[in-house]
Every structure is written in C-alpha cells, then in structure tokens.
Design a binder for this molecule. Structure first.
Ligand code: GLP
Length: 226
C-alpha cells in the first residue's frame, strides 16, 4: 500500500473501519510522520457509516477515521469521503455516494475487513452480490460485535449506508485483512466455499486482483492452507 502511494500520490483509496484496521492506520501515520508518504493528493472513500449518526458522534465511523487516520495526516478534508449518516434521506445519500465514487474515477485500492458472518462493508448475508451503495439493515450479530464502540448496546444503529458488493468489486485492487479465531469460519467460506449470497465476501473469488491476509487463527479452518 505504501508502495502504491509512493508511485501514485493521487491514488483513490477505499477505507475500512474496525479493530483490524487500527494497526494499519497506525503504520501509515508513522510512515507519514517519518516523511515517507505524502497524502496531500489522495482521495479516500470509506466503506460505510451508520444511519442517524452525525460525523462528530464519538461512535460514528467518521469519528473513528479522524481519530485513527485523517486528523493525523496531511489529507485535505474535502478529499476524505464517508457517507453522511445524519441526512434526511439516507437512500438519496447512498446514490450520491455511489456517484461520487464513479466521478472520482473509481477506487484504485480497497481495504477490507471481514465480518464474523462473512460480511464486507455492511453487506450482511444474504447479500445481493451485484449491489451498489445502499441502506442496509444490520443483523443482531453485527450490532452485538460493534456494541463496544457505543455507550449502550441498544444505541447501536439498526441501519447503515454501505458500498454494495458490486461497488467493492469495481475497485481495481483489493486487500482484505482478517485476524482472530472468530473470523476463521467466514475466512474458510470466503476462500474455499461457493460464491454465495450467504457469504458476501465469497464474491471476491471473482475479482481479478485480491490479496487476503490472515493470521494463523483466522486461517485455521482452511482445508488447503498450505
Ligand atoms: C464492521 C465494518 C466492516 C469491518 C468489520 C470488522 O462491521 N462495517 O467493514 O470489516 O466491522 O471489524 P473488526 O476489524 O473490528 O473485526
């Protein structure tokens, strides 16, 4: 990724949130602080945002991104795109966001995490594998997994605006990271299972340039790990 940014300073990055990504942002910030990367020309598009949360809400993905990355590098604020969660019409916002991605020329490099249920972004199973940016209902399991970012579990929103699987598949290159035993089943389904709506990440099997990085625990259920 660093090499990518060095070669093309105007790269369009697709970004993800979650615990898995925190060390990635820490590393990119360290490289920036050391003078190795310049972010002044990049544009970023985040995968998703909760419906109903304002950008300065401490549980919003915008807040996460500012805290871990955006406020610590030299990206111009107007170059960092995240769906607006606190708009009157979330469906219109989703369409506007999809258009903004297309108008940027498309995502060059998309970072992805993996949900324990096989979701990417907030594309929950069963997912339409050709979907564009849309309003998605969150499953109970995903709301529980993300409750740690909220003061009370009941405050986790029920909907999010998310890039669709189809949006994600249009990225020119994808890097997916998954860590820990709770991702092992989803990782095995993603890599060795059928491409199926019940594991949205399995759609990546049809992408021409994907790198999947797993730790040993997340790779534990692969039959052909070697
Ligand atoms: C959220 C995000 C996903 C992310 C997932 C994994 O649900 N919408 O994009 O991949 O969390 O998060 P973690 O890395 O904390 O396990």
């Amino acid at each position: 990724m660093v090499r990518n940014l060095e070669q093309r300073p105007d790269t369009v990055l697709g970004l993800a949130t979650g615990g898995t990504m925190e060390p990635v942002y820490a590393r990119l910030v360290a490289d920036y602080t050391a003078g190795h990367i310049d972010f002044s020309a990049i544009r970023t598009f985040n995968l998703d945002e909760y419906v109903g949360l304002a950008p300065d809400d401490p549980s919003s993905f915008m807040h996460y991104m500012r805290k871990h990355f955006l406020n610590r590098i030299n990206i111009p604020a107007e170059n960092a795109y995240i769906p607006r969660g606190n708009v009157a019409d979330a469906h219109a916002e989703a369409m506007r966001y999809e258009y903004a991605i297309v108008a940027s020329g498309g995502v060059d490099l998309q970072l992805l995490g993996l949900g324990a249920n096989g979701h990417i972004g907030f594309n929950e199973p069963p997912a339409i594998l050709s979907s564009l940016t849309h309003v998605a209902a969150l499953t109970q399991a995903t709301r529980a997994a993300n409750a740690r970012y909220f003061d009370k579990p009941c405050n986790v929103p029920r909907h999010a605006i998310t890039m669709g699987v189809g949006t994600i598949m249009r990225a020119k290159e994808i890097v997916l990271l998954a860590i820990g035993a709770e991702k092992a089943e989803a990782a095995a389904n993603m890599i060795e299972g059928q491409v199926h709506e019940n594991c949205p990440a399995s759609a990546l099997q049809d992408h021409r340039k994907v790198t999947v990085v797993l730790d040993q625990k997340a790779a534990a259920r692969l039959k052909h790990a070697r």
